[in-house]
Design a protein around this ligand. Sequence first.
Ligand code: ATP
Length: 313
Amino acid sequence: MKTIYCIGELLIDFVAENQGSDLSKAEVFTKKPGGAPANVACAIAKLGGDSKFIGCVGLDPFGTFLLDVLEQNKVDTSLAQRSKTFTTLAYVSIAADGERDFVFSRGADKKLKYDSAIKKGFEENMVHFGAATALLGGGLEEAYCRYLFDALTQKAFISFDPNFRGDLWKGEEKIFVKKCMHFIEKAHLCKFSLEEAQLLSGEKELEKACAILHEIGTQIITITLGEKGTLISTPSLKQMVATIKVDPIDTTGAGDAFIGCLLYQISLLNDPHLILDDNERFVEMVEKANKAGALTTKKFGAIPALPGHDAIF
Ligand code: ATP
C-alpha cells in the first residue's frame, strides 16, 4: 500500500448555533475540526489507508485538540508542526438571506516550514495538495510549491484539489486561478467542483472546460456534482458516474470523503500511475468514492461523518 501525504491546513471552524443570523448577532459557537487536507487524511485512514498529514497548528489547546482528532482517526501526525502563533480559526454563520457570513483569523497554518528531509518519503508514494489556504501566501505557500517540485522529482502520484473559497479570494479570483495553473499542469489527478472547473478553465460548458484543463496538463479530471454524481475525464474516457440516493442533512466534507476514498483505492495499486490504463477499474473506484461522498452527507460535520471500510466495500 502506498503512503498518501496530505499537505495543507488544519484549523478550527467555529460554527454559529443560531443559523439565520449574521455573525454580529451570533452568541453560541460549536468548535469543529476543519481543513480540507486534514479531512482527506482522515477519510483515507478511516478506510484503512496510510495517510500522513503535513501542516502547522499552534502550541495552544486548539492545536492540541486538532492533532488529537487526527490521531484518533489513525492519521500519522509525525510530520505536523506547531508554532507559537495561534491556531487558525474560522467563524461561520449562515445569515438570514442564506449567505455565508465568515470571519477568518489566519494563524499557525501559514507558518508551515518546508522540510527537505520529507522528500525521500515521497518516492513512489502519493502526495495530495488540497489546501484552501495554501495559495494565500506565507510559509505554507512556499512549502506547498517546494513539495510539488519534490513530489515530481520523486515520481510520486500527485493529486490536486484547489478548494476554492470565494470568501478568501473576493475580487482576487484571477490571482487564485493563476496560482493554481502550476498544480493543474503537474498533478496526475485533479478534483474540481463545478464552480472550480468553470473558474479555472474560464469555460461554462463542462466538456470544453475539461478539454482546456487537460490542455494545461492534468490527465485525470473528476468534477464532483453533488447528487448528480461525478463527471470523469481522461484522454480515453469521458463519463458521468452516478452516485447513490441519500437524504442529505449536511454536505460538509462530501468532496473530501470522495477524493479520500478515490486516493485510498489508488494507493492499493502497485503503481498508481497505471490507473490511466484501466478505465473499467477507474469507473468502479469513482462509484465507491461517490458512495463515500454520499454517506458523508447523512451525518453532521465532516470528520465524524466519514465512512469506514465496511460501509463502502
Ligand atoms: P465540498 O463542499 O466538500 O468541497 P464538493 O462540492 O467538492 O464538496 P460534492 O459534489 O458536494 O463535492 O460531493 C462529492 C461527491 O459526493 C459527489 O460527486 C457525489 O458523488 C457525492 N454526493 C454529494 N452530495 C450527494 C447527494 N446529495 N446525494 C448523493 N451523492 C452525493
